[in-house]
Design a protein around this ligand. Structure first.
Ligand SMILES: [Zn+2]
Length: 310
């Protein structure tokens, strides 16, 4: 499966990975806590996030440290409330929104157990990608734990559709994700990206290099309407790529197909709510967070659990 990673710097990032990031069938956590602060895309609220190590079997969960009793919100399918524009987790009165980029960074780098303390309702958007979270995780370091990671294979194909949009999962020998988008605006158009977990996470085709740096994007003509609906209050040309009829308002792009890569980042974050990503080829086309969530729910009865790696 994944090849051994060495501690090489991530292109565009300031931190080198600390700790053991090599191929492992064991569960992992962080070596130490790490903190980041920033504004939430939709709420516009600034929050502080502290990622803490957690014991084997704990999984990934959020703790709303600003609320009475510091309620926990598990990063699991049972707590998901997907919307078209972001993924929200809710348990009782406590909710955390726009969790997908942070969760994608955790699952993309194989961090199983982490307690995510957050001081408000929305995860910081940072630069619109998961690069800041990858840097934070590299700074915290990865600690290999004593217990094996439960991993699921797929017993049969599973498909969910909405109009001409779909997400389909097929049995496969390794995890592969393929994402297609199709926009009328010429600067985006039809673009595809395919990625496999067999790539070294810090190598040229790996998660940290090829997926994590892809930023959130939006269409200029939708910005005013979304703002008026109370959304994207924290969005700006500094943390989201915006595309107009004549082209991108804030180039340059980090990849020619940065939007398709970002959709894959969203898909990884949403599928991480299963606990770990299943061994399957998952193909998404014109999908949304809602459809990602529908696929994750539809996958559950078709997954066969064993122990292994990503
Ligand atoms: Zn996103």
């Amino acid at each position: 499966m994944a090849q051994t990673s060495t501690a090489q710097p991530i292109p565009g990032a300031t931190a080198s990975p600390q700790g053991d990031w090599s191929y492992t069938q064991a569960q992992t956590t962080l070596m130490r806590a790490v903190k980041r602060e920033g504004i939430g895309l939709h709420s516009g609220v600034t929050t502080t996030v502290i990622l803490h190590p957690a014991e084997p079997g704990h999984g990934r969960c959020f703790v709303r440290s600003d609320l009475p009793g510091q309620p926990t919100v598990p990063a699991s399918l049972a707590a998901v409330n997907p919307t078209m524009l972001s993924t929200e987790l809710r348990q009782g009165e406590a909710a955390v929104r726009t969790v997908e980029h942070l969760l994608a960074a955790l699952v993309g780098l194989g961090i199983d157990n982490v307690r995510i303390e957050i001081t408000g309702p929305e995860v910081p958007l940072l630069d619109g990608s998961a690069l800041g979270w990858v840097e934070a995780l590299c700074q915290a370091g990865r600690q290999v734990q004593a217990e094996l990671r439960p991993i699921a294979h797929l017993s049969q194909p599973v498909t969910v559709t909405h109009g001409d949009a779909f997400v389909a999962a097929f049995p496969a020998p390794a995890l592969r994700l393929t994402y297609g988008i199709d926009f009328e605006v010429a600067a985006i158009g039809n673009q595809w990206f395919s990625w496999t977990s067999e790539a070294d996470p810090f190598g040229p085709e790996g998660f940290a290099t090829a997926v994590a740096p892809a930023r959130t994007f939006g269409l200029a003509h939708q910005v005013d309407q979304l703002r008026a609906s109370g959304l994207i209050q924290g969005g700006s040309l500094d943390n989201a790529l915006v595309c107009g009829d004549e082209g991108w308002l804030n180039p340059p792009l980090r990849f020619e197909n940065e939007p398709a890569r970002h959709k894959m980042l969203d898909l990884m974050g949403d599928l991480s709510l299963l606990g770990s990503l299943p061994i399957a080829h998952i193909v998404a086309y014109k999908a949304s967070h809602r459809l990602h969530g529908e696929l994750a729910a539809a996958l559950l009865p078709a997954l066969v659990y064993g122990e292994g790696t990503l």
